[in-house]
Design a protein around this ligand. Structure first.
Ligand code: ADP
Length: 555
């Protein structure tokens, strides 16, 4: 940092000169004044041309200036060029005393060697002594000539003028010490900065190594989406998407949505979402095309400055192709097996129904056994339907303007018998009509599932209540029960496929753990959400939120 400061302007120019030129440059101001004096002498003070002392002063000056160039200072030990200002005192003494009484003011020329000596920073004490003694010796000869008849002015001249020069020397000395201290301070800071720079480069290298050693792609971007840091995996991802953009999020990129074919619009790409300040996890995108296509799960967290403003984001990429393929294979298997089960099951149920149609013709024991077969076959069919639905990634919903109040009414009607059997008071408190943008069949299915669960998981009887709330652009339906409830840990997992609470298992309440995952899928396909609030032994409340209106009609 300090370097450029010292290299700038005249200093730089001075440094680049050779030693001889530097010495000559220091002598130049005095030489110029003396040269001017020499030129003016024949015209202004012709009598001085006869004065050998004065002329000796001029000649000595010329010789000193020539010596600046001619002496090989750089080769001499200790570079004794300070001899020049010392000899300047002699030259000025000759000049001044030779020009007396015509030019008494010439004594002031000693300021030049005094400045040079003091600013050189060398021979500190000697330069102070010389700054006093030199001028004193210059002032002394005329005064000595008048000895012993000295006046007060003679004594003042001999001491006051050298004292002034000593003061000049001291002032310059202090100023140059100050300057040198500042230089040292700057040099220290410069060293410190270099050390920090070195340290930060080392850390950067370490960070890069750590990042490259991880299995996930990581990128940090600034607010405009420029990469600040990225690792090898992330660069692989960019290569797979063949990004041809300078700024991520813009330009053409092969990043596809869940169907693996539809290109994501730029604003839906992970980095664009992250730069917009979104924080997300498990955002699945497909990178690249054909056999090279990879499933990538992305997550992002915003980067905040100390004052809380958004400065960028960190985006993480994990290749989940293997996992997604295994899941798809699993779903295909479940869906094929369930499909194969359906036909024989329907045949069993149909035939048992036919036999039971004429129940009076059967011995009572046989009819009871057949009823058990019928019940279990129906349960098996319901389970197979749930399995098919949960394995289906293409669960279609066809939302339209729907009155949820009538769906609630139907659901209450069909669950009433089950509720009565379980000694449950089933009520609904829903304003009619209650419009929402929903698929009546699918939302009816979701509602039936929630109500049937509420009854099923209230083995000791109690109350089940359906209530509603409507906002300007959303509608909420809540199903609450006073049943066995679930712990808050389990409440966070109820929507996972095949999840069943220990309490449900222990109480041998039948179920496969699929109903809520299907319900969640249905609600999410509507652009809605579902939540569960529950506590062990405190009952549960499931709330689904649906959009009140669909997208505006397109003409
Ligand atoms: P199933 O009821 O067939 O087991 P679900 O997906 O509908 O499957 O429910 C998953 C699990 O969530 C249940 O096994 C049960 O442990 C818990 N659960 C669901 N609804 C309730 C409820 N209303 N009260 C208490 N637990 C519930």
């Amino acid at each position: 940092m300090a370097e450029p400061l010292f290299r700038r302007g005249p200093l730089r120019f001075f440094r680049e000169l050779g030693t001889r030129s530097q010495v000559a440059l220091c002598q130049l101001p005095l030489t110029l004044v003396v040269a001017a004096l020499a030129v003016a002498t024949p015209f202004a003070w012709p009598s001085l041309l006869q004065n050998p002392v004065y002329l000796a002063g001029i000649v000595l000056h010329a010789a000193l200036f020539a010596a600046c160039f001619l002496v090989p200072w750089e080769r001499l030990p200790h570079r004794p060029y300070l001899l020049i200002p010392v000899l300047d005192f002699l030259a000025i003494g000759l000049l001044r005393n030779g020009a007396m009484p015509l030019l008494p003011g010439l004594a002031v020329l000693v300021v030049f060697p005094v400045i040079w000596l003091s600013a050189s920073g060398m021979l500190a004490r000697s330069s102070l002594v010389l700054s006093f003694v030199g001028p004193m010796l210059i002032m002394l000869p005329p005064v000595l000539g008048r000895f012993p008849n000295l006046t007060a002015s003679d004594v003042t001249t001999v001491f006051l003028f050298p004292l002034m020069m000593l003061a000049v020397s001291l002032a310059i000395r202090f100023a140059s010490i100050n300057l040198r201290l500042q230089q040292r301070e700057l040099a220290k800071k410069d060293r410190e900065l270099r050390r920090l720079l070195h340290q930060s480069r080392e850390r950067e290298k370490l960070l890069e190594t750590v990042l490259d050693a991880t299995d996930v792609g990581i990128a940090a971007v600034d607010r405009s989406g420029h990469f600040l840091v990225s690792n090898i995996r992330q660069r692989d991802f960019r290569r797979a998407t063949r990004a041809d953009d300078a700024v991520p999020g813009q330009g053409h990129q092969l990043i596809f949505g869940p169907d693996r074919r539809t290109l994501l619009p730029p604003e839906k790409r992970p980095i664009s979402r992250a730069v917009a300040g979104e924080s997300f996890a498990d955002y699945l995108v497909w990178a690249g095309e054909g056999n090279e296509q990879r499933a990538v799960s992305t997550a992002a967290r915003p980067l905040m400055s100390e004052d809380g403003s958004l400065t960028g984001a960190v985006v993480v990429y994990s290749d989940v192709t293997g996992w997604v393929e295994a899941l798809t294979a699993n779903q295909e298997l479940v869906s094929n097996v369930s499909h194969e089960f359906k036909t024989p099951l329907n045949s069993i149920i149909g035939n048992v129904d036919l036999v039971l149609d004429d129940v009076s013709a059967l011995p009572p024991q046989v009819s009871r056994r057949l009823e058990v077969v019928q019940r279990n076959a129906e349960r098996l069919l319901a389970l197979v339907s749930d399995l098919t639905a949960s394995a289906s990634t293409a669960l279609n919903v066809h939302p339209k303007r729907t009155d949820l109040a009538s769906l609630v009414e139907t659901s209450v009607g069909s669950a009433q018998a089950q509720a009565e059997q379980a000694h449950i008071e089933l009520t609904a408190d829903v304003p009619s009509p209650l419009w929402a943008y929903a698929d009546p069949i699918r939302i009816g299915q979701a509602l039936d599932n929630l109500v049937s669960n509420a009854i099923k998981y209230s083995p000791d009887g109690g109350r089940v209540r359906i209530s509603a709330e409507a906002g300007s652009d959303w509608v909420q339906l809540s199903v609450s029960d006073t049943g066995m409830g679930i712990s808050s840990d389990d409440a966070a997992r109820v929507f996972r496929r095949f999840f069943r609470s220990d309490a449900a298992r222990d109480a041998a309440i039948p179920g496969a753990g699929l109903g809520l995952s299907i319900t969640k899928m249905i609600v999410e396909r509507h652009g809605g959400t579902i939540t569960c609030v529950s506590g062990q032994g405190e009952g549960s409340t499931f709330t689904l939120t649906l959009p009140a209106d669909g997208p505006p009609p397109s003409f």
